[in-house]
Ligand binder design. Structure first.
Ligand SMILES: CC(C)(COP(=O)(O)OP(=O)(O)OC[C@H]1O[C@@H](n2cnc3c(N)ncnc32)[C@H](O)[C@@H]1OP(=O)(O)O)[C@@H](O)C(=O)NCCC(=O)NCCS
Length: 247
């Protein structure tokens, strides 16, 4: 898709029926396209102004405008008219009957945007070269089983393994809206199987209700989509304002 002469997003292979994901590069260019600014709400423009550098501001404007263009196209309305609001713990959603659920994740140079008409979706994007103290973080955020697998790996493999696990856990936490309050250290994820898989976790992170998909992003990055399909009843009441009905 394009706007104001710029190619703004590339569709990735869909991770599931009814779920679409786009890759948006955020260039090291601090020029702001006025056509993009015109698509933003007052609150979004005010937020853009609060970014400390012109580059961060330009990246936010480009990412947000892209999200609006995608949602507007999906809803058949102008991008500027998409009613994006925030729910529990700040989880953004579109306040309109029948709207898709969506979720966004950024690194400094790229963003991914997921839209789902089949229930809540969460995404997490990380740079593959991100430097993390994986051994220390694993003590807090990995299960005993995950740590045991990591114990047999060399340093860089541990780091990459931890990043993949993290994208899975954060994507799930973003589907529910829990964010960093999710019980990350109790979410047991298998990244060795042919497909990513939640093995164990406390409700609502029960394996039967979740699909995890490694997204086909450039090799410089790592990204996972988490699709939440609660099998019994409605999603937790506290989360529901952010959730379109599963269709
Ligand atoms: C959601 C969260 C894990 C994202 O962290 P991150 O790795 O820094 O950032 P990412 O790039 O992956 O995602 C950021 C995007 O996630 C979305 N987001 C924000 N809060 C979210 C939530 N609770 N659930 C799902 N998605 C959320 C937003 O679209 C945000 O981008 P935007 O601000 O440009 O719209 C983190 O911000 C978080 O835990 N938020 C909850 C905070 C909270 O509990 N607040 C309670 C205050 S009462």
């Amino acid at each position: 898709m394009s706007s104001a002469g710029n190619v703004v997003a590339r569709a990735l292979p869909p991770p599931a029926d009814g779920v679409h994901v786009w890759w948006r590069e955020l260039h090291a260019d601090d020029r702001i396209d006025p056509g993009f600014v015109a698509l933003l709400s007052q609150a979004e423009r005010a937020r853009a102004e609060r970014f400390g550098t012109p580059l961060l501001r330009a990246r936010y404007v480009a990412g947000r405008a892209t999200l609006r263009l995608l949602l507007g196209r999906c809803l058949g309305i102008d991008a500027a008219d998409v009613p994006i609001t925030r729910g529990r713990r700040g989880r953004p959603y579109v306040e309109r009957d029948g709207a898709p659920d969506f979720n966004v994740s950024h690194t400094r140079d790229a963003a991914i945007i997921a839209l789902s008409t089949r229930g809540p979706v969460g995404v997490d994007l990380e740079r593959g070269d991100r430097s993390v103290d994986a051994a220390r973080l694993a003590r807090k955020f990995a299960t005993a089983r995950e740590r045991a697998v990591m114990a047999a790996l060399g340093d860089d493999d541990v780091r990459r393994r931890f990043l993949r696990l993290w994208t899975c856990k954060e994507a799930m936490s973003k589907a529910t809206g829990d964010g960093l309050a999710a019980p990350m250290g109790k979410l047991d994820v298998d990244v060795d199987a042919s497909a990513l898989r939640l093995v164990d976790g406390p409700a609502p992170y029960v394996p039967a209700d979740w699909s995890l998909v490694a997204l086909d992003v450039p090799a410089t990055h790592m990204a996972t989509a988490a699709l939440w399909r609660p099998s019994t009843g409605e999603p937790r009441e506290a989360t529901s304002p952010a959730l379109p009905a599963a269709r």
